[in-house]
Design a protein. Structure first.
Length: 339
């Protein structure tokens, strides 16, 4: 018979954490840190709909999505690069070159799917060269991609002496760049698909884990046996491919190969990535933040256009908002670390 005195009294559950005011405050701060950009986007969306009655029109929302998608596709590739503490300043030039290449190939009678593939391979080649020089020769990515920005843009001008290339863009390719599905721009659907696929790769695959590991600490990743140089090269390949894809879609929409296209695209992409919470020092951030930031900046510019504000004023306000958002993210991040 068991002695009742020998029974152990149940102690406190080690997994139970009392809910205190500090715990609740920490959780609230964590939610604010994680979703602050989404909150800002929703607030801006509501303000824009109040200020301008035309903002919520189907045509305006479709234009907004179409205009933001090409920058968004490039920004997704830039996110992958910046996660490794790199930078790619060549994306605008790569987009322009690929847009010219697809127009030239179609003009020579190449079927548009093959022409599109070859144009994207142009971006893959550029990314391989840029990434290889930066990774294997340990050259600063900023300088390598800056040189690529100049040289690739120069190559774009050389292909046609700086003149636009007109070609009979097939209906199938035009549909990708300017078509709609149930009123939704096809290029917007492509943007969402690219964001989802890249986001899943980063969060759910070993390759994605390697990217975060290399961005957090290259030396530690190398000591752990990761192929750091190969990973660093691969992210520029991804960036180059997506930039080239965006260039092809732009040509499909304009039905013309424009050598001056996509100037400044790299700055818009970097701004969206940083605003989306991806650290320039690598290892922190993701696609979702970039996706929301691209839409936020597009809504802001769209609202300015509807209000008839000058482009100079738009530049100033956009820059101020970007800096303010960065400061807010920094403050919230510091508070979350102290909590």
């Amino acid at each position: 018979m068991t002695n009742l005195l020998d029974r152990k009294t149940p102690g406190p559950n080690p997994t139970f954490t009392p809910v205190t005011a500090a715990t609740t405050r920490a959780r609230r701060q964590n939610i604010i840190v994680r979703f602050n950009l989404l909150f800002i986007f929703v607030a801006l969306f509501i303000v824009a709909s109040i200020i301008s009655p035309q903002f919520l029109s189907q045509q305006n929302l479709a234009n907004l999505l179409q205009q933001s998608s090409l920058t968004g596709i490039v920004a997704i590739g830039m996110t992958v690069v910046i996660l490794t503490a790199g930078i790619d300043l060549s994306v605008g030039s790569v987009a322009a070159l690929s847009g010219m290449v697809v127009a030239l190939l179609i003009g020579f009678g190449v079927p548009w799917p093959l022409a599109m593939l070859l144009a994207i391979l142009t971006g893959v080649l550029s990314g391989t060269v840029v990434g290889g020089l930066s990774a294997y020769l340990r050259l600063p990515a900023f300088m390598v991609t800056l040189a690529a920005l100049q040289s690739v843009r120069g190559l774009t001008y050389l292909t046609t002496n700086g003149t636009p290339t007109t070609a009979p863009i097939p209906i199938g390719l035009q549909f990708l760049g300017a078509g709609t599905i149930a009123g939704i721009p096809v290029v917007g659907v492509i943007f969402v698909i690219v964001a989802v696929v890249v986001g899943l790769v980063l969060k759910r695959t070993t390759y994605g884990e390697y990217i975060y590991a290399v961005g957090s600490n290259k030396d530690a990743a190398r000591l752990s046996g990761l192929p750091v140089n190969l990973i660093l090269t691969s992210v520029y390949v991804v960036s180059g491919a997506l930039a080239a894809f965006a260039g092809v879609l732009l040509t499909a929409r304009l039905t013309i190969g424009q050598p001056t296209a996509s100037q400044g695209l790299e700055l818009d992409a970097i701004a969206a990535v940083v605003l989306g919470g991806t650290s320039l020092f690598g290892g922190k951030g993701g696609v979702m933040g970039t996706f929301i930031a691209v839409l936020l900046l597009s809504v802001l510019r769209n609202l300015f256009n509807l209000m008839g504000l000058s482009s100079f004023f738009q530049m100033v306000v956009t820059g101020v908002i970007l800096v303010a958002a960065l400061i807010m993210n920094h403050i919230l991040d510091q508070r979350s670390k102290r909590a």
